[in-house]
Design a protein around this ligand. Structure first.
Ligand SMILES: Cc1cc2nc3c(=O)[nH]c(=O)nc-3n(C[C@H](O)[C@H](O)[C@H](O)COP(=O)(O)OP(=O)(O)OC[C@H]3O[C@@H](n4cnc5c(N)ncnc54)[C@H](O)[C@@H]3O)c2cc1C
Length: 422
């Protein structure tokens, strides 16, 4: 009997374990998945909790409910991977053998990476919304908000769901307006990037939307420290931005177990073949989701597309065949823009987000890079799709490869014309 061992039962690990349970013969393969936390969090919901749109019941469910009964779910903290002996050591002393290993240990925010971020203001006037605890605390803080300087800051890239801080800014504008606090609040978006987003065409459009909402954007701001006494964030080039409420997206890093195993880069992300999802160092190790160092978005949608590729490549590896399935970096993401509207972006390694129709090229009904109510409803519906189709590893009707059909590819030659493009 051979073992497929999956490390991490978050979005990516759960999808791939469930898929492989349907594909591998139970007579030849046992599938085991390990995680330290019995709770599965719907992380996209953390964005909405501070504004009272979602509560705990919408985002927290037991992990075991979403894992096939053909998969052995083992609770335990992973200490390290020993690729030479093909074993994984748990902190409780257990040693797990594997024939094929999938690393799906994700990424978490690390406020301790920025000097002063975990100072006196942390949890009081300085918050994050990338964890359940952080988002819950921020929800309580916003209940007392009377106005002042609200600063949304991204510490450094890459972060998971790179649009989430922008969505936070748009939702804050909507929520403040709804509560009669917008004129009493200065809203700033402070980013290490040279524009609002990573991709030029989308940045052009998002910048207009931020301007329309009177959200000040401070670019190229590489945070060096948080000065709790003076209530300001300070960049390495000695610029500063004052806050009354700091909403930070701290440095995101891969699991410490990856560091202890000597398998990661400086942020503990695992060097991974960007097409086959095989580890660059060990041919019996594969990597999926936020744990990779791929130049794709760290997003649940990406984990879903990757899982379709990885399923094929794991089957090939299990039977000693060539890895033929290739991931193109496809990412598909709703961007909540407030006031009951949203945008949708669809892109891959090669092609940045463009306007157009999705998923039917001639018609839509979703419009890419354009605000609409339908996109907002798509974003809210995604929660149900996540629990009932995405985690079980069922097909969602959108293939892993990105299509150019229905997209305004002419804009790639002239991105500045985007502001007027429909
Ligand atoms: C605020 C926010 C908004 C988001 N919005 C969207 C969105 O709109 N659309 C979208 O597609 N994506 C969104 N995402 C991103 C999405 O949630 C992640 O990309 C996705 O969950 C990644 O899945 P993963 O399995 O790689 O990591 P995770 O789901 O984080 O799972 C990693 C698992 O590994 C376990 N683990 C780690 N280390 C150890 C260890 N040493 N021992 C045992 N277990 C360990 C953890 O407990 C965890 O269960 C958002 C994320 C956030 C924070």
């Amino acid at each position: 009997m051979k073992t497929l061992l999956v490390l991490g039962a978050g979005t990516a690990g759960t999808i791939i374990a469930n898929k492989m349970a349907r594909k591998l013969s139970a007579k030849e393969w046992r599938i085991e998945i390990v995680d330290q936390d019995p709770v599965h969090y719907y992380q996209p919901g953390f964005l909405f909790m501070p504004f009272g749109v979602y509560s705990e019941k919408d985002v927290v469910k037991p992990k075991k409910r979403f894992i096939s009964n053909k998969v052995n779910l083992r609770m335990g903290a992973i200490d390290r991977i020993d690729p030479d002996s093909k074993k994984v050591l748990l902190e409780d002393g257990a040693k797990l053998d594997y024939d094929l290993l999938v690393i799906a240990t994700g990424t978490t925010p690390r406020p301790e990476e920025t000097e002063g971020m975990e100072g006196d203001d942390w949890g009081r006037d300085a918050h994050e919304f990338y964890t359940f605890e952080g988002s819950s605390k921020l929800a309580r803080r916003l209940k007392d908000w009377k106005g002042g300087r609200m600063v949304i800051n991204v510490a450094e890239m890459p972060i998971k769901c790179p649009v989430a801080p922008l969505e936070f800014a748009f939702l804050a504008d909507w929520w403040l307006t709804k509560n009669g606090l917008r004129d009493k609040t200065e809203l700033s978006y402070v980013t290490p990037l040279s524009g609002a987003f990573t991709k030029p065409v989308a940045t052009e459009r998002l910048q207009h939307m931020l301007d329309d909402r009177r959200i000040h954007v401070e670019t190229d701001f590489a945070i060096g420290s948080v000065d709790n006494d003076k209530k300001r964030i300070v960049s390495w080039d000695e610029r500063s931005v004052d806050y009354d409420l700091l909403v930070s997206v701290p440095t995101n890093m891969g699991s410490d177990a990856i560091e202890r195993s000597g398998l990661g880069d400086e942020l503990n992300f695992v060097p991974t073949n960007k097409q086959t999802l095989q580890s660059l160092e060990h041919e019996d190790i594969f990597v999926i989701g936020d744990a990779t160092d791929l130049p794709a978005s760290k997003a649940g949608s990406v984990a879903h597309f990757e899982a379709e590729i990885l399923e094929e490549n794991l089957l090939a590896a299990a039977t000693g065949q060539e890895l033929e399935a290739k991931f193109d970096g496809h990412s598909n993401c709703f961007i909540e823009t407030g006031y009951g509207k949203g945008m949708l972006i669809d892109f891959n390694y090669e092609t940045e987000p463009l306007p157009g129709n999705f998923p039917i090229p001639s018609f839509g009904p979703m419009k890419l890079l354009k605000e609409s109510r339908l996109n907002h409803w798509g974003k809210l519906m995604f929660r149900h799709v996540y629990w009932h189709a995405l985690l079980p590893g069922l097909p969602l009707g959108i293939g892993p490869a990105m299509s150019l059909r229905g997209k305004q590819t002419n804009l790639l030659r002239n991105p500045t014309s985007l502001a007027t493009a429909g």
